[in-house]
Design a protein around this ligand. Structure first.
Ligand code: IMP
Length: 431
């Protein structure tokens, strides 16, 4: 019996898709439990690159059952686009994909509302992915949302949509945007429902049964813990619970079903969109990370801000989300930097803090407290054993592990599937 949850410990884009892909080979089921098409998980297999937004990363692995669970907000057109895209690359998802009947739908007006809200925020915009995520989760919390199950009752669907749209249209009007036409919105959904029908299921029942039968289940988080709606850098966050704590709610599995939590971090930090980032580096070092690490959003193509590893964020995620082991991604990107900084705490007006603050104003006031380590020049792509890393890289990785407080059990040194170092017991502590 084994249920593993994997999630990002920073501001997203930690390289989760890559690890899910590795672990999916050993899993019977791979499950998305929150977020929506705002996610962008890139998996490279041989010469082929797959970018997945809504489908669980396990779809690339034959033999896995993939589930979009109740906690995800589902853009039906995007799902169909991704199913068709994979089919064109020879991957057939018939019988290998289930979508929860309880998942909420992201409809075209949610995307327009996303833009309208950003417009109304003016200088304080959140830099969302414009995928309708906030408005769709907003409808869910307000209890005015439409769910996948509603697609099978077109008449009721139209009535519910009309009610929901009357409120939204008033806001679109204020933002100077065209109102949404209900009849057109309903018409747009024709056909979608038929295409999705074969995949719709009570995925909670499927998951509980699989768990009880001892199947191996991988729960795949999207975004990162610093973007968590409760625990992240609010309001510069996404609208879901991005940590392992979001998984039981977003799947219907009991919390105690999760046996192992794997946290993913990059060897440095990136952030896309707006909002505070204490370790952002605008010098050549930050540019190096962006260029060598190819730090552009997989969903929006926006360049990501880059900076040093922030142990304040990672420690918080590790301690609160029950992280058993950490995967440290993209260590190879740091090759060529003369020195490497590691943020161990923040200072606000000279006062030291070891945990992330609550308010955005405090976040913006945080000055990072750094330890500085020597860099290395060697290309790490061919390294498969920790002892073969340059001494400086070993020292840095040990320091990261000590700061986060959890064993690092995987280190990635390149984008290709085989480019990683596995450490069963974590990084050996120097004697
Ligand atoms: P939303 O999730 O589209 O509402 O965007 C809210 C914030 O989360 C913005 O700063 C986005 O850039 C960020 N965000 C959303 N999804 C991702 C992701 O998958 N990776 C990194 N940042 C993300």
């Amino acid at each position: 019996m084994s249920v593993t949850c994997l999630f990002g410990m920073q501001w997203g884009d930690e390289g989760k898709g890559r690890i899910v892909d590795l672990l999916a080979a050993r899993s019977d089921l791979v499950v998305r439990y929150q977020g929506g098409a705002n996610a962008g998980h890139t998996v490279v297999v041989g010469e082929t690159k797959y970018v997945l937004h809504l489908l669980p990363s396990g779809v690339i692995q034959p033999g896995t059952l993939n589930i979009i669970a109740n906690g995800v907000v589902v853009d039906p057109w995007k799902v169909i686009e991704e199913i068709d895209g994979l089919s064109a690359k020879g991957i057939d998802l018939t019988g290998r994909l289930l979508i929860s009947d309880r998942a909420h739908l992201v409809l075209p007006h949610h995307k327009r509302m996303d833009e309208a809200f950003e417009k109304l925020r003016g200088d304080e915009k959140l830099g969302t992915t414009s995928r309708g995520i906030g408005p769709a989760y907003g409808d869910k919390a307000r209890r005015t949302g439409l769910r996948v199950a509603d697609l099978s009752r077109p008449d009721e669907f139209a009535q519910k949509l009309e009610k929901s749209l009357s409120a939204w249209n008033a806001i679109l009007d204020r933002a100077g945007m065209e109102p949404v036409d209900v009849a057109a919105a309903v018409a747009e959904l024709q056909g979608v429902s038929e295409r999705l029908a074969p995949y719709v299921a009570d995925t909670t029942a499927v998951l509980v049964e699989a768990w009880q039968a001892g199947k191996s289940i991988l729960l795949e988080g999207a975004q990162g813990y610093a973007l968590d709606v409760d625990h992240g850098s609010y309001p510069f966050v996404t609208s879901s619970s991005t940590g392992s704590a979001g998984a039981p709610i977003g799947t219907g599995l009991p919390p105690k079903a999760i046996e192992r939590v794997l946290g993913i971090v990059k060897a440095y930090t990136t952030r896309v969109g707006t909002g505070p980032m204490p370790t952002k580096d605008t010098t050549d070092a930050g540019r190096h990370m962006g260029e060598v690490g190819n730090e552009f959003g997989a969903t929006t193509g926006r360049p990501r801000d880059c900076g040093w590893f922030d142990a304040v964020l990672a420690r918080r995620a590790a301690a609160t989300q029950g992280v058993d082991a950490v995967a440290l991604m993209k260590l190879d990107v740091l090759s060529g930097l003369s020195e490497i900084k590691l943020c161990t705490a923040y200072e606000i007006d000279g006062r030291r803090i070891d945990a992330p603050p609550a308010s955005a104003a405090d976040w913006y006031a945080c000055e990072p407290v750094y330890e500085t380590y020597p860099g290395w020049d060697e290309d790490l792509g061919g390294v498969r054993h920790f002892d073969d890393l340059p001494e400086a890289a070993q020292v840095y990785v040990r320091a990261v592990q000590a700061q986060v407080g959890v064993p690092i059990e995987m280190i990635s040194v390149g984008a290709e599937r085989e480019r990683f170092i596995a450490l069963d017991e974590g990084v050996p502590v120097a004697v």
